[in-house]
Design a protein around this ligand. Structure first.
Ligand SMILES: Nc1ncnc2c1ncn2[C@@H]1O[C@H](COP(=O)(O)OP(=O)(O)OP(=O)(O)O)[C@@H](O)[C@H]1O
Ligand SMILES: [Mg+2]
Ligand SMILES: [Zn+2]
Length: 257
């Protein structure tokens, strides 16, 4: 007799497990099914290797002493997860380079996948536009719609580094198409950017903004105002975690040398 090591002892491979509540007996989806779904959602989510480690529980808000802005940002990220999908308004994570915007976005995404079974998709804005542009090339087999369909349809989309491509008419049209389609279909979008959320032509700043241009300059005023309808803003303030971490490990190396 061939005994498969993979048969789940809880459900014996049926996918359903018995649950009793007092005298009442019912069945529910077995844990192995939920785990398998989470695993395939994680694989389909396209989280870049570099960010695979990012979890909300690993987000440190005290690495340089108490930091109220980071604490608030983390609380807001957790509140978003807790109220999804009753509340479908997305989030716009704004802040300087290295403050942890992508970390929080991926952390949210992973909690939604693991705890709520939500289908999520991660895309770097530059990569996405490059893939779409590539699809116009005759030698490339994938069509524009094939690239865009999951971006339009994913329950939750993380669009990382919005505005990071030099704006052209085509860039603006493409961003409008993506954001408007998701808006019209009532889909949730999580966005990160290090451009100031100010109108086109405004002076970025005041506190050492990462960029001189504003979000309005980069995606156009109409899309910036659409974003405000689609997302709640979470502002991150603080220093570049990468720099801190690097200098800390450098000091550590010096001390232990
Ligand atoms: N508060 C934090 N606690 C733990 N790790 C952090 C924190 N902030 C940032 N990191 C880590 O530092 C690195 C840089 O953070 P992240 O990429 O999220 O920054 P970012 O704001 O998206 O920067 P950029 O503007 O360059 O995209 C990541 O590896 C991330 O996991
Ligand atoms: Mg980032
Ligand atoms: Zn099972």
């Amino acid at each position: 007799m061939k005994v498969s090591a993979e048969v789940c002892p809880l459900c014996e491979g049926t996918g359903w497990k018995a649950v009793s509540k007092g005298v009442e007996r019912r069945v529910s989806r077995c844990d192995c099914q939920l785990r398998a779904r989470a695993q395939s959602l994680l694989e389909a989510g396209r989280i870049p290797k570099r960010y695979e480690h990012c979890e909300l529980t690993e987000f440190d808000t005290r690495f340089e002493g108490a930091h109220p802005a980071l604490e608030r940002a983390l609380l807001e990220a957790k509140a978003f997860v807790a109220s999804y999908p009753v509340e479908t308004t997305g989030v716009l994570l704004i802040g300087n380079i290295g403050v942890g915007k992508t970390h929080l976005a991926v952390g949210i995404m992973k909690e939604l996948i693991l705890n709520k079974g939500t289908a999520c998709l991660f895309y770097d804005y530059r990569e996405l536009l490059k893939e779409i542009q590539n699809s116009y090339n005759d030698s490339v087999k994938v069509t524009e719609l094939e690239v865009l369909r999951p971006v339009f349809e994913s329950e939750v989309l993380v669009l990382d580094e919005l505005g990071a491509v030099k704006p052209t008419e085509w860039v603006w049209d493409t961003v409008s198409l993506i954001l408007n389609t998701r808006y019209n279909n009532n889909r949730t979008t999580i966005i990160t950017t290090n451009f100031d959320d100010k109108p086109a032509g405004a002076v970025a700043g005041p506190r050492g903004a990462a960029r001189e241009e504003t979000l309005g300059d980069r995606i156009g005023e109409r899309m910036r105002s659409r974003l405000h309808e689609m997302c709640r803003t979470i502002k991150l303030e603080g220093s570049d975690f990468r720099q801190k971490f690097r200098s800390a490990s450098f000091r550590f190396r010096l001390q232990s040398a």
